[in-house]
Design a protein around this ligand. Sequence first.
Ligand code: NAD
Length: 327
Amino acid sequence: MNILVTGAAGFIGFHLADRLARDGHRVVALDNLNDYYAVSLKRARLDQLSGPVIETTDIADLPALEALFRRERFTHVVNLAAQAGVRHSVEHPHEYGRSNLIGFLNLLDVCKRFEIEHLLYASSSSVYGRQETLPFKETDPVDRPASLYAATKRADEMMAYSYADLHRLPSTGMRFFTVYGPWGRPDMAPCLFAGALLNGNPIDIFNHGRMARDFTYIDDVVESIVRLLPLAPGEDAGAPHEIYNVGRGEPVALLDFVELLERTLGIQATKRFRDMQPGDIERTWADTHKLQSMIDFKPQVSLEVGIERFVAWLKDYEGLLLESLAA
Ligand code: NAD
């Protein structure tokens, strides 16, 4: 396959581009290297990649995308480029419109025009909002996003559906659930907590600890994407479009996550209990039956092993993480 991975300097995109290149595919790793979080971390990730061709382009720049697609004959596209971050979207809505709506629309359109065999794209567990029924199933109603970030991810799903229905562009949306692991994102809880512990700072625990997340280890997410990539939805059931939860399927109380991290790092935390943050939701939990039956794969990495691997990575990259958190 000749694969475009967008957002490839990001956490998930970097791991995916690396894996696909190791599997022998031609990979173009695209990113605009924006400064939402430390650019030094994004560059350090790219420096680790030896196989993929690096392309510094913005998906909101349509002529640049068209030129790239004309030059390359991509067969598959994985769109992970987005303005991420639930809390950030409350205060800074416009970047979400530019990257997650305009950028994604550009990508859909070039994928249609250049007859891409399969477009996979990142959606998010956040589309489920504050719904009471657990675990979250793909058939649950998703019309009440709790943040603008979630609203743009839901909009992406609907735009992809319309391109599948009207233009027969096969696409698959992946609703990721709190991904963690080495090279993780400095704006997300695992890195924020680890950084606070290493710096001897207090950890902020929101909603006074009444929070749970379906933490999913990065390698399990990458394996799921790799298995989904050749499985373009067919025409038989209407529009060639599918949506899957990509999560571990086991919610973990935030305080249990912190305790395990403390134990693995051998550092005791000082905790500051805070109110719920605007846009946040209390608990996420993926129903994973649909994905498992499609790709015949169950997440392999337990929370204990995942945190051990994350802490092992920190031994070599503690300085980079702390510098990223300070940026
Ligand atoms: P990330 O922020 O580390 O990676 C996204 C990358 O996209 C960044 O490197 C950024 O520079 C790039 N980017 C942003 N806007 C761009 C644009 N307009 N053009 C080109 N590049 C652009 O995030 P991540 O954790 O790797 O997430 C990947 C995708 O998965 C995102 O779409 C995110 O919303 C989604 N997601 C992630 C999680 C998670 O737990 N990490 C959960 C749910 C959904």
